[in-house]
Ligand binder design. Structure first.
Ligand SMILES: O=C(CO)COP(=O)(O)O
Length: 126
């Protein structure tokens, strides 16, 4: 039997409502996976869907993006869903860029907005 899929969820502040709505809408699919999330995003996802298996890491600006990058490097993440806010400068922009780079290096499917995330979830059908 193949191992349970791991989905990483991250949303910048302006996109957190969107992430909560996305989680609610896709709760059944997400419930079949193990979820890892940056701290605040994970809290919002759990508020929206208390039954999900969510491991909350550090908040993004405090190293959470790098933790998810490390999980990608060790082969533990199958899909990255990251709702990026393109309109707000971030103090941890270099961490965000590093995370995206690792997702590319390890060829992990990566959705940076909701429209793509819906397609990837359908496609991955965990
Ligand atoms: O900043 C983030 C991603 O870069 C997200 O972190 P939080 O989920 O803790 O807000």
């Amino acid at each position: 039997m193949s191992r349970q899929k791991c989905i990483a969820l991250i949303a910048h502040d302006e996109k957190k409502d969107d992430m909560a709505a996305f989680a609610r809408q896709n709760e059944k699919v997400l419930a079949q996976a193990k979820i890892v999330a940056t701290g605040t995003t994970g809290g919002r996802v759990l508020e929206a869907c208390p039954g999900l298996d969510v491991t909350r890491l550090k908040s993004g600006p405090l190293g959470g993006d790098q933790q998810i990058g490390a999980l990608i490097a060790t082969g533990e993440v199958d899909l990255l869903i990251f709702f990026v806010d393109p309109l707000t400068p971030m103090p941890h922009d270099v961490d965000v860029k590093a995370l995206m780079r690792l997702a590319i290096v390890y060829d992990i499917p990566m959705a940076l907005n909701r429209a793509t995330a819906e397609h990837l979830l359908d496609f991955a059908a965990v």
